[in-house]
Design a protein around this ligand. Structure first.
Ligand SMILES: Cc1cc2nc3c(=O)[nH]c(=O)nc-3n(C[C@H](O)[C@H](O)[C@H](O)COP(=O)(O)OP(=O)(O)OC[C@H]3O[C@@H](n4cnc5c(N)ncnc54)[C@H](O)[C@@H]3O)c2cc1C
Length: 444
């Protein structure tokens, strides 16, 4: 989860339940408010932060503390956000802690904690509509026609990433058949239901979070597949290699920034390529830097002891061009002695039309490996318009009494890109606000 901390000491209270002996060897650095703001401004294409974005930054640390106060446990992300140098773990990319047990651990812990506070869960039912009487919100209706009466409702049922029709309508026809990284159930229901009460839509409906996924990823790679079996799907270590398309050409600056700042945009770039796929190519020098995902059984991998042999293994790529591209790339790489994965090392190619700005090691050390990737959508950016109390707004600026929203159903937080780890933080920050205000509304 992305949150601000001005110094490593601020992490201590968040790690109170973590007894990992490696913590004493951690170089956490800092992730200042100024940096979080500039990250979001960058993804706004320069526009100043909106009210919700400012709130996200301001409350990001506080929300972690609040979750810890309720018994949630956080641990350093050694495997994915740190590299070891001279016995120390250097964290990079503004992302240091995750819930113990990752996503599953987070959900199970939250469920346990919420249950102990008296929260009742009703699963396996689809909410079909918001119920009104005389224009006033009075509850929800389920797919079995049962009605649940309530003065207040918080909509938090995700975006529209799982609906191929809505993807095609808002993101473009080319998104109709992409694979979905999460659940098959986020079909934009919350937006559709609230729209019937004249809720306003906001944000970048034509933008989304989409990453490079293994070509073997099924249509929905979410919760129905056990965690261990889907570990090989994600393929986001491209900063340490290159990506080529079916024409045998590179098409993005793989080293433009830490993967945290590019991975959510590069799925779209892969989708734009002919055939909507790419091959990621690495050499033996970086083998240990690749995420564990690359070593899992099931990955679409080719391995070879020479580049010629590797390229001959591509069934769907212009092989002559591919060898030429790799040759040009290798010739454009500088002396690699200052290579450093823990920072933007400035080791960039010279003179290429598509540059690689950091970590540009030449592909020279066998074994050479290639992984075939496609685009996988994670979530959508457009959604309902809310105010800073979590209340759902109408088009004219008034609020729909009793209706609140949080999480990815909310639009306007991420415009043209996404800094990794901000989704869960946003969900927690605005979920807490919406929940608290829905409770007071119900009591009042
Ligand atoms: C593979 C993957 C990895 C991720 N990793 C990270 C990460 O490391 N850090 C991070 O910050 N974010 C991450 N995210 C994003 C993060 O999971 C989301 O930001 C967050 O889960 C959004 O919360 P939400 O409550 O809005 O939606 P969700 O968590 O998607 O929950 C929505 C729920 O609503 C249910 N639902 C939908 N429609 C209905 C309906 N009509 N009736 C009843 N229920 C309905 C769905 O079944 C679902 O359970 C990841 C996402 C994925 C898919």
């Amino acid at each position: 989860m992305r949150f601000t901390y001005e110094s490593p000491e601020e992490l201590t209270p968040l790690l109170e339940n973590c007894d990992d002996p490696r913590i004493k060897d951690c170089k956490f650095g800092s992730y200042s408010k100024a940096k979080f703001i500039s990250d979001l401004v960058y993804f706004n294409h320069g526009s100043a932060l909106g009210v919700l974005q400012t709130e996200l930054v301001e409350k990001s640390y506080e929300i972690l503390s609040w979750l810890v106060s309720h018994g949630l446990e956080f641990v350093p992300i050694f495997e994915r956000q740190a590299y070891k140098r001279q016995g120390k773990f250097y964290f990079w990319g503004g992302l240091t802690l995750a819930a113990r047990g990752e996503g599953e651990g987070l959900v199970m812990s939250e469920k346990r904690i919420a249950s102990s506070l008296g929260v009742e869960f009703r699963l396996k039912r689809r909410v079909k509509s918001l119920e009104t009487e005389g224009g006033k919100l009075v509850g929800i209706r389920l797919d079995n026609n049962q009605t649940i009466l309530s003065k207040a409702v918080v909509i938090s049922c995700g975006g529209f990433e799982s609906s191929s029709e809505l993807r095609a309508e808002h993101l473009g026809e080319e998104w109709r058949d992409v694979v979905v990284r999460g659940t098959s159930l986020n079909r934009g229901d919350g937006i559709t239901m609230a729209r019937k009460l004249n809720a306003a839509m906001t944000g970048s409906y034509d933008q989304c979070h989409a990453v490079c996924m293994d070509s073997s990823t099924p249509e929905f790679s979410g919760s129905r597949i056990p965690h261990q079996e889907r570990k090989h799907f994600r393929k986001i270590s491209y900063p340490f290699g290159i990506m080529i398309n079916s024409k045998g050409r590179r098409f993005v600056d793989e080293g433009a920034d830490f993967r945290n700042y590019t991975y959510a945009q590069y799925g779209r770039e892969v989708l734009r390529q002919p055939g909507a796929f790419a091959w990621q190519i690495f050499d033996g020098q970086v083998r240990d830097l690749l995420y564990d995902d690359y070593r899992q059984p099931g990955a679409t991998r080719i391995s070879a002891s020479s580049l010629d042999e590797l390229v001959r293994g591509f069934p769907d790529v212009n092989q002559r061009n591919a060898l030429e591209t790799i040759g040009q790339y290798n010739s454009a790489t500088p002396d690699s002695s200052s290579f450093d994965p823990t920072k933007k090392d400035g080791l960039g190619t010279l003179g290429l039309t598509v540059p690689k700005s950091n970590w540009a090691l030449p592909l020279v050390v066998p074994p050479f490996e290639a992984f075939r990737v496609t685009c996988g959508i994670t979530f959508t950016y457009g959604g309902l318009s809310i105010d800073s109390d979590g209340r759902v707004m109408r088009s004219g600026g008034s609020r729909i009494p009793g209706l609140f929203a949080a999480g990815e159903v909310v639009g306007g937080l991420f415009q043209f890109g996404y800094p990794g780890g901000a989704g869960l933080t946003a969900g927690a920050v605005f979920g807490r606000t919406a929940g608290a205000n829905a409770a007071s509304f119900s009591r009042g």
